[in-house]
Design a protein around this ligand. Structure first.
Ligand code: ZN
Length: 198
């Protein structure tokens, strides 16, 4: 039987209304936000995720955490100093984030989501974005992100606008996972703790 760590939050599964809502801006980075950030990081790592947005733990707030941890130094080749510095600080919490601009050049890659249990699909997204957010320290950052960082930031920003990666898939790919999604929705209605029975 899975024993639940107290710091690990329940994840809102596909079909939950909170995942389709536009999240509220955060007015002040107070104790509550700092505590939530810590719990979200614990939860993200407990489920081997690289990102988790507040709506996924049923908090409709403009905030997400990223934990892209890469040991391989080659990963950082060709990245700009700003990007490397942010990646090396991970896990990082982003408050009131937004995407200022996106490149015309797009790339298609497979994505998954902790709220969409064991379903994966191809999503086409802009390769580069200019992104801005506040960090938990209150510091404002603006940087150009590429590759995995760009994709992860876009996936998480979408969550704050009530959009899931499956909403962005092309019709053909979406049709292939439609049955799985239907089943997930049905199961998530029955038990919000489904995720713990892995
Ligand atoms: Zn997600």
């Amino acid at each position: 039987m899975f024993k639940k760590n107290k710091k690990v939050l329940d994840i809102a599964g596909y079909g939950a209304a909170v995942l389709t809502q536009i999240a509220e801006p955060i007015k002040e980075i107070n104790e509550e936000i700092i505590t939530l950030s810590g719990k979200m990081i614990e939860t993200m790592f407990a489920f081997d995720g690289i990102g988790l947005a507040a709506p996924q733990v049923s908090k409709s707030l403009q905030m997400f955490v990223l934990g892209i941890m890469v040991d391989d130094d080659k990963f950082y080749d060709n990245l700009k100093p700003d990007e490397v510095s942010l990646l090396k600080q991970m896990p990082v919490t982003f408050i009131n984030p937004s995407i200022i601009s996106s490149s015309e050049e797009c790339k298609t890659k497979e994505e998954g989501c902790l709220s969409i249990y064991e379903v994966y699909g191809n999503v086409t997204r802009p390769e580069k974005i200019v992104f801005t957010a506040q960090l938990l320290s209150g510091e404002n950052i603006t940087l150009e992100a590429t590759g995995l960082l760009s994709r992860a930031l876009q996936h998480e920003c979408d969550h704050l606008n009530g959009i899931l990666y499956v909403d962005k898939m092309n019709e053909e790919d979406a049709a292939q996972i439609a049955k799985k999604l239907k089943k997930l929705k049905r199961n998530n209605k029955k038990s919000k703790f489904l995720r713990f029975f892995k």
